[in-house]
Design a protein around this ligand. Structure first.
Ligand code: ZN
Ligand code: ZN
Length: 369
């Protein structure tokens, strides 16, 4: 039996249901999912009543597993390959960014028609971000299945599919941090901590982590921050400027729009403030254009998912993890079974760990840290 976490309609509680799969089509691969991280975007889909998608919805988009079957014309993948299921898959030639050779700014991800159905009534499921990886098996576009080295555990590899790559990619590719520079990271949840890791990998010599929770700041120090600022007193900008005289790069990895304004004000002359966290709609940015932007020549950048090109970047991140230059293991703070996903989504906004990962097959589960 193949199970999946289905969000049936707005207001409903997501539930584990039996699902069925059509045969694999040309250019598609069937993946037996082994691990899938619980990311805020799945909760966002639930809280926004479907995020504009058609019901019923198959949740999950941070998965990794083993290729089970490949469709006609798929030559780069074979059954047994270990893969991460990427939600970004640049089109390569159909959008204006790709046509000029800039896949990081692709606005048109490759996709296939969903082949997953709800068993009870046969309804076609809409997979979140073209993945739907809270399921025992899924069928995705071949470009979304990115091969991983054998030595990297899949419960770590799955984090590359979304949260970790978003943070690390922000510092490595969206706004490439230059070696020897100084960085501030606002918000030390999973994405912010991944920015810290990416900045360290890029060779930043000063990395200031900013948060209001001491436990998160301790973790940031373990993961590469050189300084921490507890901003609960409201003087985060001043503290960062005292420590660094302004930073070359500041990243806002929180959802509040004040994070981006704070990031701008933390920058040194010529610095770049990058928006990583997804903001709520309808909010304006409170900045003095002359004093905060033009005078200090600060630029604002926005990244979606770290602007990664998964087939190029995920192997780089995986190798860095194997070499000990990134610490993916520290990001997996608990593992759960598929049946626990609805509860995990309920608890997501109050969780203290970094990332909860669903293990879809029997095996040792890590205790919650
Ligand atoms: Zn494109
Ligand atoms: Zn995500």
């Amino acid at each position: 039996m193949t199970r999946g976490v289905v969000f049936a309609e707005a207001g409903a509680r997501p539930a584990v249901e039996e699902i069925t799969l059509e045969p694999v089509g040309a250019g598609e691969v069937q993946v037996r999912v082994e691990a899938c991280g619980v990311c805020h975007t799945d909760l966002h889909v639930v809280e926004t009543g479907g995020w504009g998608m058609r019901f019923p919805i198959l949740l999950g988009h941070e998965g990794a597993g083993l290729v089970e079957e490949v469709g006609e014309g798929v030559s780069d993948l074979a059954p047994g390959d270990r893969v991460v299921i990427a939600w970004r898959a640049p089109c390569g030639d159909a959008c204006r960014a790709c046509r000029r050779g800039d896949q990081r700014r692709c606005s048109n991800n490759l996709r296939v028609r969903s082949r997953m159905h709800r068993a009870s009534d046969g309804a076609r499921l809409s997979p979140v971000l073209r993945c739907g990886a809270f399921a025992d098996r899924v069928i995705v576009h071949e470009a979304c299945a990115v091969k991983m080295p054998d030595a990297l555990p899949l419960e770590q590899a799955c984090l590359l599919a979304c949260g970790f790559s978003t943070g690390a990619g922000a510092a490595l590719w969206a706004t490439p941090v230059q070696a020897g520079s100084s960085v501030a990271v606002i918000g030390c949840g999973g994405v912010g901590l991944a920015v810290v890791q990416g900045a360290r990998l890029a060779g930043a010599t000063t990395i200031v982590a900013v948060d209001v929770l001491p436990a998160k700041l301790d973790l940031a120090l373990e993961l590469g921050a050189t300084h921490v600022v507890d901003a609960s007193g409201g003087d985060g900008i001043a503290r960062v400027r005292e420590l660094t005289d302004g930073v070359d790069y500041a990243f806002s990895a929180i959802t509040s729009v004040t994070g981006l304004a704070d990031a701008v004000r933390m920058c040194a002359y010529g610095g770049v403030a990058t928006l990583v966290g997804v903001p709520p709609s309808g909010r304006a940015l409170d900045l003095d254009v002359e004093r905060d932007l033009f005078g200090p020549k600060v630029s604002i950048a926005v990244t979606h998912g770290g602007d990664t090109v998964p087939h190029l970047d995920f192997p780089v991140l995986a190798q860095a993890a194997l070499d000990g230059r990134l610490d993916l293991d520290r990001f997996v703070t608990s593992t759960i079974a598929l049946e626990q996903v609805p509860d995990a989504l309920d608890e997501l906004s109050t969780q203290t760990g970094v990332r909860t990962v669903v293990r879809l097959r029997e095996g040792d589960r890590k205790e919650t840290r």
